[in-house]
Design a protein around this ligand. Structure first.
Ligand code: CA
Length: 265
């Protein structure tokens, strides 16, 4: 499975600094988006530490995975479990750093990450940064926000259509770095050629409708162009927050790959 990916992060129009961070590493098949929070520059420290810790952990796990059975005993693939463990470790790293340094106390970050295997993406997330899957002609949200607003919608107390204007938009029920332990949501998504994964922070999803995300993917196709377009769209709509987007397109196998598979048993 061949991938082509693009990424972009932007301060937006209103915030003094960019506390989002991301990694777009097609050679590792790893994609991470984080939305940091905390006073002064603490949010930047938390989101960068999360991205770096996950990258280091995944690099270390690559070789081990070649030997590991594809599924662990609980039904998840070993790859997914390793990604979940990497996110848990990043939580501990942020928590420890915030405990040691009073200026960084209460720093935290969301995370959404995708690690793509042969034909399945493992997705791990905490907070309200999201992953979407585009499979023509539909866009599906793969993650469920760990936010008060999402819980109110699920409980029937708030209509989904009103949730964009709801108060307490910022109230998250789970983030990295605030507690010694965190529960990480894992999901596994079978991929096929033509699919496109989109990871993003709420700086995009609060000012762009799902239909606009779908339109950008369908009409532009090229991952970097999609990211550039969506960042510009968020900025045109006021850019109230930092904006980060990563897109990953699943390509047809090359002629050479197909030939090789046919001639090797
Ligand atoms: Ca944000």
């Amino acid at each position: 499975m061949r991938l082509r990916a693009g990424g972009r992060s932007d301060r937006g129009q209103k915030r003094p600094q960019n506390e989002d961070a991301y990694a777009c590493r097609p050679e590792l098949r790893l994609f991470v988006v984080c939305d940091g929070m905390g006073g002064e520059a603490a949010g930047e420290v938390a989101s960068r530490l999360a991205v770096d810790t996950i990258l280091t952990q995944v690099k270390g796990a690559q070789r081990e995975l070649e030997k590991a059975p594809p599924r662990s005993t609980d039904g998840f693939m070993v790859r997914s479990r390793r990604l979940g463990a990497a996110v848990e470790l990043s939580n501990q790293a942020i928590y420890r750093k915030s405990q040691k340094n009073p200026q960084l106390a209460r720093m935290g970050t969301t995370v959404v990450s995708a690690w793509v295997g042969d034909s399945v993406a493992s997705v791990a997330h905490v907070g309200d940064s999201r992953a979407y899957l585009w499979r023509a002609p539909h866009l599906e949200q793969l993650t469920r926000d760990h936010s008060l607003v999402e819980e109110q919608v699920r409980a029937g107390l708030l209509a989904r259509s009103e949730s964009h204007q709801a108060k307490d938009q910022n109230a998250l029920l789970r983030v990295l770095g605030r507690e010694a332990e965190v529960e990480v949501d894992l999901t596994e998504v079978p991929l096929r050629p033509g699919d496109c994964l989109l990871l993003c922070t709420d700086g995009l999803t609060r000012v762009a409708k799902d239909e606009e995300l779908a339109d950008a993917i369908r009409t532009l196709r090229e991952p970097q162009k999609i990211c550039d377009h969506l960042v510009e769209l968020a900025n045109r709509n006021g850019g109230p927050d930092n904006i980060t987007v990563v897109t990953v397109a699943v390509l047809q196998k090359s002629l050479w790959q197909r030939f090789w598979e046919r001639v090797t048993p």
